[in-house]
Design a binder for this molecule. Structure first.
Ligand code: S5P
Length: 460
């Protein structure tokens, strides 16, 4: 099968369609490609496998994998043609039994080519590579049937991977046009759409920040600080004593209001006065995680009435996007951070959860200022940060002056690692409040955090 025959066949069977299609992201696309049903057409599948195999026969590698589900049958045919061992990654993570998540046998350090049907943003490819690399498999090359984004190659290259594509979107358009199957209007619509996709990332990020994020960034600049203090003490008196000593060094105060003993509304009055006097924002780290209708009340009612006084809150996306609507519908001048990764050892957030959380955040920029995240080292955080939309921030807890951990699973990386990797603000609790001199410690964290931030961003 030639490439042209392949393209014509895909069009004939409706695997490539033109019209108006709503994508997962909510965007309306003028074209749609879905190769899933090709597995039921043995001749086409065989032709596809040959095209794929041809593309990588010159490469040197040890094993082959396909990203489930669509690409796995293709990968197994390619493995057969090239006589290479096949492995695959379990799509659902196992919560019990052996920790083995890659099925098949391979030697540690084996090089692997990853096959997929399509590439758009490259995000899921990077996620796959990270996973394989954790299991001792080296990935250099990705092979796809269709590159439907002009930026896929570029994005993978940024992460050190090569992309090989059997055909590109332009080749599809050109072949269909020369066979009179589409006209130039359709081609223009498709190219307008793909161009518009790449624009937000190039556009000035200033425009993309929501009002509250802008307020936070402005405060960071004024105070020359990206330090968020997590004042996790239960005694109100101690709370304000520590705040007295540290407030001038922080950009935001993070509270856990429900740990304050004998809470009274006047606590909030006092807190608000401090925030005005010392110029910091208030972030209540009540991690909302229920259905929209419940969190709506948890946020507005009860003894804490969080919506009245906290500029920011934290939100778990485990209950899906409805939580955002429940929290923020009808409320102005409030925003949140989504928990995209956690600092606790062996927490259950996986890469898919992180990716979906960012998808939800991307769709709700007016009330999602960014994400709470963590990483094992600078490179890991950089990869994570590269997936965060330009107008959103990354806040990082699990930060101290030295690496370490506590007895209950908290893991710490250093201020410099966090910020160099991409954290915009660091969240520090016991690193400051458990010391003998919280004021001196706050000065140190502020200086180290801000200098790493200036170094990374070039900001004065
Ligand atoms: O993944 C997370 C998310 C958060 S918000 N890990 C965290 O530690 N946090 C919060 O950051 C946690 O609830 C605590 O208030 C703070 C870290 O405190 P520290 O004393 O360990 O610095």
């Amino acid at each position: 099968m030639t490439k042209e025959q392949f393209i014509l066949k895909l069009h004939e069977i409706g695997a490539i369609k033109f019209g108006s299609f709503i994508l997962k992201s909510g965007l309306v696309s003028p074209f749609y490609i879905d190769l899933r049903d090709t597995i039921s057409r043995p001749k086409l599948l065989e032709g596809m496998a040959k095209l794929l195999a041809n593309k990588i026969q010159e490469l040197s590698f040890d094993i082959i994998t396909g990203i489930p589900y669509t690409a796995l049958p293709m990968a197994s045919l390619v493995a057969d043609i090239l006589k290479k061992p096949l492995v695959y990654r379990r799509k659902e993570e196992k919560a019990y039994g052996t920790a083995k998540s890659i099925i098949g046998t391979f030697e540690s350090g084996a090089t692997c080519v990853v096959i997929d049907d399509l590439i758009t943003t490259g995000e899921s490819k990077i996620e796959t590579a990270e996973h394989y690399e954790k299991e001792g498999v080296k990935i250099n090359d990705f092979l796809v049937l269709i590159d439907r984004s002009s930026k896929g190659t570029e994005i993978l290259a940024k992460h050190g991977y090569n992309l090989h594509a059997v055909i590109t979107l332009d080749e599809i358009l050109e072949t269909l046009r020369s066979n009179n199957l589409i006209n130039s209007d359709v081609i223009n619509q498709v190219s307008d759409f793909t161009n518009s996709l790449s624009e937000p990332e190039i556009a000035s990020s200033e425009l993309d920040y929501n009002t509250l994020t802008k307020k936070l960034l402005a405060c960071m600049k004024r105070k020359q600080s990206n330090l968020i203090l997590s004042l996790d003490v239960s005694c109100a008196k101690t709370f304000f004593e520590i705040l007295d000593k540290t407030a001038k060094h922080i950009v935001m105060l993070k509270t856990h209001i429900d740990i304050i003993d004998n809470f009274e509304p006047k606590f909030i009055e006092k807190l608000r006065k401090y925030s005005q006097k010392f110029d910091f924002l208030i972030f209540e780290d009540r991690k909302f995680a229920d259905i929209g209708s419940t969190v709506r009340k948890q946020y507005r009612n009860g003894i804490y009435r969080i919506a009245d006084w906290a500029e920011f809150i934290t939100v778990h996306t485990v209950a899906g996007e409805g939580i955002i609507k429940g929290l923020f519908d009808g409320i102005s001048d409030r925003s949140c951070f989504l928990l995209a990764r956690m600092s606790a050892k062996e927490n259950l957030i996986n890469e898919t959860y992180t990716r979906k959380t960012i998808e939800i955040g991307r769709k709700n920029t007016s009330v999602v200022s960014g994400y709470i995240g963590h990483g094992k080292d600078v490179a890991d955080i950089q990869r994570f940060k590269s997936r965060i939309p330009k107008g959103q921030l990354l806040l990082m807890p699990g930060v101290q002056l030295e690496r370490g951990s506590d007895a209950m699973g908290q893991q710490y990386i250093t201020v410099e690692e966090a910020v160099e990797g991409g954290a915009d603000c660091v969240i520090v609790g016991r690193g400051i409040i458990s010391g003998d001199n919280p004021d001196e410690l706050a000065v140190q964290y502020q200086a180290r955090g801000w200098s790493a931030y200036q170094k990374r961003t070039g900001q004065k």
